[in-house]
Design a protein around this ligand. Structure first.
Ligand code: PLP
Length: 379
C-alpha cells in the first residue's frame, strides 16, 4: 500500500507524462519553455487569480511574496504554530520575526481568535510592526479566510496564503490560491498537485507585485536578465516539470480531486465513531493533502502507528514538534499567546494513507486495522 500513490499514479498517466517529457528533451528548451507559460495560464485560470508565476519550490514562492512586500527587520509576521517548518522559516530568513499563533483543534488551521490576541500583544509590546499573516491551508482544508480577512483589515495586515497543501480546496465556489493578497503553493511530489522534483507557484491579482516577483525570481532583472535593477534570486520552474504538471493538472481536474474526496468520505463514515476524524468548516471542500485523525492520548497515537506499520500500512506523524519548539527559531521568533492546542495536536495526530488511487480493499484494510487497534485498547 502506498501513502501518497505516486507509483500507481505514474502507471495510469505514463503515456501522457512520457510524451510530455520527451517533447521537452527534443525541443531542448529546458528553461522557460512554452510549457511554463502555458501552465501558468492554466493554473491562474483554474484558481481564479489574475497572475500565476511559477518558481523553483513552495518555500521560494513564500519568500518571493515576502520580498515583493519588502518584509524584513522590525516586521512581525503571524504564522500558525502547527505547520511545516518552511511557513515560518521564510519569515525569519528575511530578518522579520515570526510570531506564532495557535490553531483550531477541529480544522488544524490558524485560530482567528488567537491571531487577534497575538496582534494585540505585539502592538502592546511596541517592538515590532505587525505586517502580515501567513495562513496555511493545512492538510488540504482552506484556512478560515473570511475571519482572517476581517482581522487583517482591522489591523492593516497583508494576507499571505500558504497553499502548499491547499491546491484544489474551496470555500464556496472560491478556490485555494486565491484567498491571499498573494498566495503560494508547492508542487513537491507528495502535495495534492505534485511534479517530479521541486516546483512552486505564486498567485496574485496585483499587477505591481506580480511584476516585482517576476523580477526577483530572475536575479532582480530589469528589461532583461542582464539588466539587474535589484538583488534577486534564481527561482524558476523547469520546463520538464511544467510539462509533467500539465498532464497531472488535467487528471487532477477530471477525477483525482473527486476521488480523494470519496476516500475521505469512506474513512469518515467508518472511523467517525472510533477516532476523531477531520472536520471541514461549512461550505468548505478539501484537497486532502493528508487525512489526519486524532487519538485520545499520545500513547494511543504511538501505539496505533506501530500497529499499522506492522501490518504494512504506511502512516505518518505531521507534525511532531510545534514551531515554537523548533531549535532553529530560538532567539529569532516570538510567542505572545497560549499555544496549547498546537502542542496537543503534535502528541495526538496521525495521518493515514490518502490518495486518489487508493483502492476500496486498501481503504477497508486501513479502516479495519484502526478499528481493531481501538477495540484492543478498550479491553
Ligand atoms: C511543503 C510545504 C511548504 C514548502 O514547499 P516546498 O516546495 O517543499 O519548498 C511550505 N508550507 C507548507 C505548509 C508545506 O506543506
Amino acid at each position: 500500500m502506498e501513502f501518497r500513490g505516486l507509483k500507481y499514479q505514474y502507471q495510469i498517466l505514463k503515456e501522457g507524462i512520457n510524451a510530455a517529457v520527451l517533447q521537452v528533451m527534443s525541443d531542448a528548451d529546458f528553461i522557460s519553455g512554452r510549457q511554463v507559460a502555458e501552465l501558468e495560464k492554466q493554473l491562474a485560470e483554474y484558481v481564479g487569480a489574475k497572475h500565476c508565476i511559477t518558481c523553483a519550490n513552495g518555500t521560494d514562492a513564500l519568500t518571493l511574496a515576502l520580498m515583493a512586500w519588502g518584509i524584513g527587520e522590525g516586521d512581525a509576521v503571524f504564522v500558525p504554530d502547527f505547520t511545516f517548518f518552511a511557513s515560518a522559516e521564510v519569515v525569519a530568513y528575511e530578518g522579520a520575526v515570526p510570531v506564532f499563533v495557535d490553531v483550531e483543534e477541529n480544522t488544524f488551521n490558524i485560530s482567528p481568535r488567537s491571531l487577534e490576541l497575538a496582534v494585540q500583544a505585539v502592538l502592546a509590546e511596541g517592538k515590532w510592526r505587525p505586517k502580515a499573516v501567513i495562513a496555511v491551508d493545512l492538510f488540504g482544508q482552506p484556512a478560515d479566510f473570511i475571519r482572517i480577512r476581517e482581522i487583517a483589515d482591522k489591523y492593516g495586515l497583508l494576507v499571505l496564503e500558504d497553499a502548499a497543501q491547499g491546491f484544489g480546496g474551496r470555500i464556496g465556489e472560491r478556490k485555494a490560491c486565491s484567498f491571499g493578497d498573494i498566495s503560494a503553493t508547492s508542487f513537491f511530489p507528495a502535495k495534492p498537485l505534485g511534479c517530479y522534483g521541486d516546483g512552486g507557484a505564486v498567485f496574485t491579482d496585483n499587477d505591481a507585485w506580480a511584476a516585482l516577483i517576476r523580477s526577483y525570481q530572475v536575479h532582480g532583472k530589469g528589461s532583461d536578465k542582464y539588466d539587474n535593477v535589484r538583488l534577486g534570486i534564481n527561482s524558476r520552474l523547469d520546463t520538464i516539470q511544467a510539462a509533467i504538471l500539465q498532464v497531472k493538472l488535467q487528471a487532477f481536474r477530471e477525477y483525482e480531486l473527486e476521488a480523494v474526496n470519496r476516500v475521505a468520505e469512506h474513512y469518515a463514515s467508518e472511523l467517525g465513531g472510533v477516532v476523531k476524524v477531520p472536520s471541514l468548516m461549512n461550505g468548505v471542500y478539501s484537497g486532502w493533502a493528508q487525512y489526519s485523525i486524532l487519538l485520545a492520548l499520545e500513547e494511543e497515537r504511538d501505539g496505533l502507528r506501530e500497529f499499522l506499520l506492522k501490518k504494512d500500512i504506511p502512516c505518518m506523524i505531521y507534525y511532531r514538534k510545534a514551531m515554537h519548539e523548533q531549535l532553529a527559531f530560538k532567539g529569532m521568533s516570538c510567542v505572545t499567546v497560549d499555544l496549547s492546542v498546537s502542542e496537543e495536536l503534535c502528541r495526538r495526530v496521525l495521518s493515514l494513507p490518502m490518495h486518489p488511487y487508493l483502492e476500496e480493499v486498501e481503504q477497508r484494510k486501513v479502516i479495519e486495522a484502526v478499528k481493531e487497534y481501538i477495540v484492543s485498547l478498550r479491553k
